[in-house]
Design a binder for this molecule. Sequence first.
Ligand SMILES: Cc1ncc(COP(=O)(O)O)c(C=O)c1O
Length: 416
Amino acid sequence: MSLPERGREHDEIIRQLETLRVDDAKWRDGRTFGLVYDGGPEVHAIAEAAASMYLHENALNTLAMPSLGEIQRQVVGSMAELLHGDEAAGFMTSGGTESILMAVKSARERAREQRGIDRGEIVLADSAHAAFHKGAHYFGLDTIVVPVAADYRCDIAAMAGAITDRTVLVVGSAPQYPQGVIDPIEELAALATAVDANMHVDACMGGFILPFMERLGEEIPLWDFRVPGVTTISLDVHKLGYAPKGASIILHRSKNLRRYQTYTFDDWLGGFYASPSMQGSRSGQPMASAWAVMQRLGLDGYERLTRTTIDTARKIREGVHAIDGLTIVGKPVAQLMAITIADGWHERLDIFAVGDALAERGWYLDRQHRPDSLHATISNGNVPVADQFLADLADSVAATLGQAANDRSTSYATLE
Ligand SMILES: Cc1ncc(COP(=O)(O)O)c(C=O)c1O
């Protein structure tokens, strides 16, 4: 594939893009359960308006573009307040993975400086997001992986047994991605504190829904900065915050702890280089869109979207339980779930075959393993099609009775 010899016409390029994406998952019709989080027409309108204003701006140097510094301050500050981080400070990043990488790097740096640990260890459950392993790989740390307990939450006794004087980071998730359960954050933070390790709460999925569930009167176990010992929290505006992709937040309990995240270099001919995260040039577009979406929704908008999302997730979970042969893994509290085969049905029913049948009906759900299951993250875009989904799920079960899928692969993320 070479570049065209001559530049092409605008309309022709757009037509080709339209053709290129015909096979992409149909998130606009609510047919994906993850990947894209659809806040509805008003949210699209403000996100797109802000995106077109900031498409070309660069947050590399906020002295040149102070509006992006202010946008970051407001996005970070408003969520720090909601998560009870009175002294908290942080940065916007490009996504959950970058926020997690920065939490890992910060833990390594603090342990090096304050505890003299050169090659530290991260203690985490096998439910914790793969980005922590990526972080360990990038930053030269070891991971000590602990199997989850029977309820799919962190196994506190086993985590305690895995912590040593080389532990620099303990990880908990609120909620974890695979089954959507919330880890016992208070107990984990106490374990981390006992060895003076950092404690990261991965709220990439929960950060924009659990605070609003609490405001709506739901009982949510404590997971944010109200828990002593929690040092960092990641939360994604581009998930349940309903901003377009490229926007997450990493919060530190204090500005003093935040300094372990940053990098500065003052001996370059190009001048002083100060960088908060992995990126150099940082697109202003996702930052401005995230700010604009958060302003458009406000607390009442997020409460409204949380209400409908949670109600729909509960309706889908009840609907799944009502289908003979299916059940939900563990006890998810918010918008996530893993759909699997009920006890006594494994001889007759295969969840991956059910998933294939759903795909033929136009639904996109990721496959997971241990146990084999279909992952669904419910968000606002799925609300109007929940009944249709449950009907197609029941049909897919009936259509695949006695069948098993040969392909047992899972693919959360791919290379090309
Ligand atoms: C709990 C959790 N942590 C981290 C991530 C990674 O986020 P991102 O895909 O934005 O890098 C995800 C993504 O789904 C997640 O669910």
